[in-house]
Design a protein around this ligand. Sequence first.
Ligand SMILES: CC(C)(COP(=O)(O)OP(=O)(O)OC[C@H]1O[C@@H](n2cnc3c(N)ncnc32)[C@H](O)[C@@H]1OP(=O)(O)O)[C@@H](O)C(=O)NCCC(=O)NCCS
Length: 246
Amino acid sequence: MLGLGTLSRVARELREDLGAARQRDPAARRVRSMEVLLTYPGVHALLAHRVAHGLFDLHVPIAPRAVAYLSRALTGVEIHPAARIGRALLIDHGGGVVIGETAEIGDQVTLYQGVTLGGTGFARGKRHPTVEDEVVIGSGAKLLGPIHVGRAAKVGANSVVIHDVPAHSTVVGNPGRPVRVGGRRPEGPDADWAHLPDPVADAIRALSARVAELEGALEEATGRKVEPGGQVTPLRRSGGSDPAAG
Ligand SMILES: CC(C)(COP(=O)(O)OP(=O)(O)OC[C@H]1O[C@@H](n2cnc3c(N)ncnc32)[C@H](O)[C@@H]1OP(=O)(O)O)[C@@H](O)C(=O)NCCC(=O)NCCS
């Protein structure tokens, strides 16, 4: 039987889930809670998950997966009924989000469309990410394996993250690398993970220089101008702001 305590907990959760959309989606600021409740697929997916997870905890057969399946069909968001989700999650826009069985999500977390909290293989046991409170994960980001994403970290859109993410840091790229920790660029000889040396690019750059040198020598020896067959463009910036640059 549903007790008064359960009802008031559900009412509080509902208020917080609707509040999350109104506070963190700028497009929802002037939208009434009822409109959010009726028209936000991310909210529908979350509410369906709360039901599916409750049934899962009660060991009800089939129903949890059936609810999750229906929710996926309606919202495009797939959440395994066993996944643990904290308070006031916002799944903005919904579509394409996948949250795996052993994923754990803290409070006040924001996920944009296309986020995957997935496993890396066929291993059993804990194999999905744990995401702490107040984390923001950008659209299309894939977080794979039993990694830990620290409190208030930000994961850039389309990043692929396979290692732990420090609290209060910003991680971008593939593979995801911290470009900010506590609001500042990582410092020190080993800490600038966004600008690691790239030996392949270095080798190609050295070869390009040798070819240019040989072309110069050939022009000098023959007096004939060597026409380059094609433009050699730099592979990457040799420093600076491109996080993929070396
Ligand atoms: C990562 C993000 C959260 C910004 O965090 P931030 O801490 O404010 O970081 P900054 O904007 O200062 O960017 C830090 C660095 O990462 C780079 N960067 C930011 N986002 C990036 C991304 N998604 N991919 C690759 N690099 C990125 C910036 O160019 C900057 O590089 P620099 O240090 O060499 O100048 C944000 O860029 C992002 O991706 N948000 C997701 C938003 C989203 O999905 N919106 C969908 C709405 S529908």
